[in-house]
Design a protein around this ligand. Structure first.
Ligand code: BTN
Length: 327
């Protein structure tokens, strides 16, 4: 049957585009029959991409397991756990921290049943769609020195996406990654302090990147605000490759954050999306209009309110968005 022939031909060159013409010639069926077979295969759930001028290709399986992630890493990593499902990679990392897990422990999951976002929100994490990754660090420093951490992790994620041939995300203050005006990644940092000294006992950085979703895969309230890498770009970025790139960028950040933060701050400023734009600030139940002016040395957002007052906002109970929506 044409359907099986077409599938076998595409599977033999998985990931490569084969034109309708070449398939038709090699399989001895008409181009219309090739097209019909592809349509039938897609209806049956086969992941076949059709692109004008290029033809058809079987999209490579987007494996997210220990071996595949390890294969992309340039150096072997101990304490890496890749799992199918977990409540939340941040919660799992925190549990491991309580049991004494070492600095650099990483938890990656294909899906989360109780993914957590900032301000007590949930983070939609369905199977096969995203990269959910948390890392445990045990830096030997005072909490203030890590104030820029979440913002700088945003820079590391931007770099990882770019390294994998992805688009160039911008950053919506303080730490959402944005593509085409919509959120592609969120970051949640949780710190545990030592009671007596106030120094950092552990910090868990959790990163959630939307990869494979189509508009319909997002919960209704996120449609129009959220985007995935697949929606934003033609090239598909595999989750395992992305995880490995991210671990390497995070490792670099870990080594530089305490002694070379300026370079990262400079890059953060370059990627900051709202500078020079009007924004709305939601604080204590009130919405105020302002112009975003700059990001200061401590990653505060300096804004000018309509009455001329200039203030630098720190994260916390403040939410900043564009005047016409998310950015
Ligand atoms: C936000 O934008 O509100 C932050 C979202 C953070 C989501 C990530 S997914 C991996 C890690 N595990 C969680 O439960 N949350 C973070």
């Amino acid at each position: 049957m044409s359907r099986e022939k077409v599938y076998r031909a595409l599977a033999a060159r998985e990931g490569e585009f084969l034109s309708g013409e070449s398939l038709s010639a090699s399989l001895g069926i008409s181009r219309a029959a090739v097209w019909k077979a592809v349509e039938q295969l897609r209806r049956g759930g086969a992941a076949i991409e059709a692109r004008t001028g290029l033809g058809y290709r079987l999209i490579p399986e987007d494996r997210l397991d220990m071996q595949t992630v390890a294969a992309y890493l340039s150096a072997p990593t101990e304490n890496l756990r890749v799992t199918g499902q977990v409540d939340s990679t941040n919660s799992e990392c925190r549990r491991l921290a309580e049991q004494g897990a070492p600095d650099g422990t990483v938890v990656i999951a294909d899906s989360q049943t109780a993914g957590r976002g900032r301000r007590g929100r949930s983070f939609a994490s369905p199977p096969g769609m995203g990269l959910y990754l948390s890392i445990l660090w045990r830096p030997d420093c005072a909490a203030e020195r890590l104030l820029p951490l979440t913002a700088l992790v945003a820079v590391a994620v931007c770099r990882a996406i770019e390294r994998c041939g992805g688009a160039s995300p911008r950053i919506k203050w303080p730490n959402d990654l944005v593509l085409s005006g919509k959120k592609v990644c969120g970051i949640l940092t949780e710190m545990t302090l030592e009671g007596e000294t106030g120094s950092v006992e552990s910090v868990v950085v959790g990163i959630g990147i939307n990869c494979r979703q189509r508009e319909k895969d997002f919960p209704p309230e996120l449609r129009g605000v959220a985007i995935s890498l697949d929606m934003a770009q033609e090239e598909r970025v595999g989750r395992a490759a992305l995880a490995a790139a991210l671990l390497e960028e995070l490792d670099l950040l870990r080594r530089e954050i305490l002694n070379k933060p300026e370079r990262w701050l400079e890059e953060y400023r370059r990627r900051a999306l709202q500078i020079g734009r009007p924004v709305e600030i939601l604080r204590n139940g009130r919405t105020l209009r302002a112009d975003a002016l700059a990001v200061d040395g401590q990653f505060g957002l300096t804004v000018r309110f309509q009455d001329g007052t200039v203030e630098t906002l720190r994260t916390g109970e403040i939410s900043v968005r564009g005047v016409n929506g998310y950015v």
